[in-house]
Design a protein around this ligand. Sequence first.
Ligand SMILES: Nc1ncnc2c1ncn2[C@@H]1O[C@H](COP(=O)(O)OP(=O)(O)O)[C@@H](O)[C@H]1O
Ligand SMILES: [Mg+2]
Length: 282
Amino acid sequence: MNLSESLAPTKIVSNPFVIGNPIINPRQFFGREYILKRIFDVWRTTPLQHIAIIGQKRSGKTSLLHYLSRIIDTPAQNLRPNQRNDWIIPCYQWVYIDFQDPRMAYQESLLRYILSKIGLPIPQPCDLVAFTEIIDQYLDIPTIILLDEIKAGFNCPDLDDHFWWGMRSLGCGGKLGFLLTAHQPPQEIVQDDGKPSPFFNIFGHVLNLEPFTEEEALDFISSIPQIFDKKEIQWIIDNSRKWPSLLQIICHSRFTALEEGKKDHSWKIEALQRIKPYRDLL
Ligand SMILES: Nc1ncnc2c1ncn2[C@@H]1O[C@H](COP(=O)(O)OP(=O)(O)O)[C@@H](O)[C@H]1O
Ligand SMILES: [Mg+2]
């Protein structure tokens, strides 16, 4: 074997399932027609309004946010044949913020990150006042800020009341639209003083993230290269309760058993074992 052969990357066998990680590539995102319509209907008009998405752990919140931030600018050739990318006209900017990322725990690095994502000048120092001035002066493209796991943001000491009042004021300007995710409705997320943050008052649209519909679950299952038989499909739908995360896990077990030529039902035992940690969804 020569050196270039030994350094050649190993052939990656394509695996249709995404387990553990959120869905980043819109092509691998399924379903959610109803909530997507509700979200994009809100953003079809300006001034931009604000949306809260409520969903339990592993219900698909982060995947939804990545999809929102990418789908409009993803060309049709990078999507599945029946996937649409024309929800709204492509004139928006998107900034995804993950409050589990330690850089997002500090005002300066968070505000700097937002400006760098939307290509605006970054003032020195990049504090709330300077940030607000830059947005006021230069922002002329409707911009959606996606705030994933807002509760973690509220727990950051550097993101204080003053900061959230500032965000609220920016949200009232109409050029910035916020979408947050949380495990419970915003008015139930209280601060140390037992009161909800004033930032939450601007979130007039509150939507729950539900399981897939039967049709969406079937669409997901039938996208798999090996077609399962009717009874198995029903078993998968019943045991996943149509949650995408559980569909991914169960289908993976079924798919692996097929690839390994196993003829028994051991894949069902394995699948049930693997979805056990997520029984909160069931
Ligand atoms: N729309 C979707 N289509 C396909 N799989 C999805 C979808 N949404 C979520 N999933 C699956 O569910 C898992 C959990 O999703 P994630 O977005 O990380 O949930 P959350 O952020 O609510 O914890 C992902 O690893 C992925 O397997
Ligand atoms: Mg998440």
